[in-house]
Design a binder for this molecule. Structure first.
Ligand code: URA
Length: 250
């Protein structure tokens, strides 16, 4: 496998400027590779072995980034949209050169755990319908969620379009009561990711979701310290557990 790449490509990827800006920095003599001034920004270097500095700043190369967002309501899980703000608009500009995208979708009115990355292979595996990656949602629902619903979800429910879902685990955290106007609080774990799946599963048993938040995806748990709209990189432990999880379910 080729380990070298064009220096300007590496630096553009790491957010040090466009190719023409990098040519100017090269002319200004501020880009060094292994302590030597670079004369041509198009030279081949190994970003994992060669030491690159720009204006005294050491470049810590990485190909991929993995971000955890606590998605707020009102933004769409897309990279571009003509009408709405997207989850990518919420990111710090330092991540712009990495071209990250959301791994799957949460509805505009859904909150919670969203992974963003530029690692297409990991994203593809996490979203593959064959992998059955569990996703857990916290929801508030009108109104009572009885044993029969829990049992039905265990078997899989038939959605309005005839699709029968995989078995899902429903836990009632707080029982609702229609006459008291009290919502049920539930946690629902599903093994697939059909369009509006949680809402449609509950609709199929006559229930209406009024609040929805994703709290986990595979081994990743939403960090309770992450405020709505906030983003942080996955820790090494989180990334390792995600990668190991994907290997285990190959
Ligand atoms: N199921 C839904 O209905 N909406 C989401 O955003 C995610 C899962």
């Amino acid at each position: 496998m080729k380990t070298t790449q064009r220096l300007d490509k590496i630096l553009a990827h790491m957010g040090y400027g466009t190719r023409s800006e990098l040519r100017r920095l090269t002319k200004a003599g501020v880009i060094l590779v292994n302590g030597q001034k670079v004369k041509d920004s198009g030279i081949q270097v190994d970003p994992n072995k060669d030491q690159i500095t720009v204006d005294g700043d050491t470049v810590h190369y990485r190909e991929f980034v993995y971000l955890m967002m606590n998605k707020p309501q009102g933004v769409v899980s897309a990279t571009e949209d003509n009408r709405d703000r997207t989850v990518v608009d919420l990111l710090d500009p330092i991540y712009q050169p990495f071209d990250v995208f959301p791994v799957g979708r949460l509805d505009k009115d859904t909150e919670g755990l969203l992974l963003l990355t530029n690692d297409g292979k990991l994203a593809h595996n996490l979203l593959s319908p064959r992998k059955h990656v569990p996703k857990t949602y916290f929801a508030k629902v009108e109104w009572e969620v009885g044993e029969s619903v829990i049992e039905a979800f265990k078997q899989g429910v038939t959605l309005e379009d005839g699709y029968v879902t995989l078995p899902a685990k429903l836990v009632v955290m707080e029982a609702g009561n229609a006459s008291e106007g009290k919502l049920s609080v539930i946690e629902l774990t599903i093994m697939e990711g059909k369009f509006h799946q949680v809402k449609r599963m509950l609709q199929a048993v006559g229930q209406q979701v009024v609040y929805l938040k994703r709290i986990s995806m595979g081994p990743l748990q939403l960090d309770p310290a992450l405020a709505l709209g906030a983003v942080r990189e996955l820790t090494e432990t989180e990334l390792n557990s995600l990668q190991n999880f994907m290997i285990d379910i190959e």
